[in-house]
Design a protein around this ligand. Sequence first.
Ligand SMILES: [Zn+2]
Length: 330
Amino acid sequence: MKESEETITVIIFRGARANPWRLKIRKAFVKHGLIWGLALLLIQGGIVTHYVYQWNQLSEFEGIKKELNATRSKTSTFSTEVDGMKKRMLVLENLNRKLQTMFGLEPDEIHGLPSDLAGQGGEELPYDGLQDEADVQPLVSNDRGSSVGAADGSSAFLTTKRQIREIKVGLDWLNQETKFESQILDNLSSVARKKAVQWASTPSIWPVSGRITSRFGPRISPFTGKKRLHAGVDVGASTGTEVRAPASGKVVVAAYDSRMGKFIRIDHGFDIETTYGHLSKIHVKYGDRVHRSDLIGLVGNTGKFSTGPHLHYQVAVNDKVVDPLHYILD
Ligand SMILES: [Zn+2]
């Protein structure tokens, strides 16, 4: 009886003919077996959980690595773009300096690239010395291959860090240069406008078509017989031939004078005035604004100092008469 209390009998039936097996197992053994089994199960469960956790960590890490690579790639692309902008800015600076020279202005100094780029020598680089895009690109874009090991991680990280710093310095430089070049462009634009006005206001065409009958300069006056300065040029043309303004300006005289007959004077600004004498007809009045090629009057033979139909055309700069031929380009 005592034995049966301490053991458990397990009977295994093996069919109708064979005798069943009887296994007697001590209760204590079963109890210990159960405890150990449970313990093993728990340990195994722990190991499995640990691996599952590690696996999750690993896939999270893979995700971060991919993101990091994508960021590096973007940083590299952006760095290349910033380098491209820097090149274009230098081209623009050069163009601005040429325009300044062409417009007779003292050209500003070209600032060159930012001087404190890490690991690039630090000196100002001339345009030809700029990095090619090929020099910049491979830093990160090639690291999709086998080289993305953990060992490369820190150097790639440093490269990215350096690129970010260069980008920042480059952007600061671009920001500053944009402001500076904008000012120069504003200045050039106002000078160009002034030049355009000056060009439009400078006499440059024949006011009438005809033949020169008397040039500018000293001559024996046909009226007094004395040596006098002929203050303009005489162009012989038949009465009624059109007289046109050789540049834009403002009519400051449209009147009759006993010697000049009907005459017009135009103030072109920039200290230049032109005068048209002996007209048969005046088509403008005091204060009118005229432009190059506008009809202002007709050739005639009015006034004492005229021996036949012609236009007396006179140009004065700073109140001093000059040879009008210097102001005719056509
Ligand atoms: Zn004359």
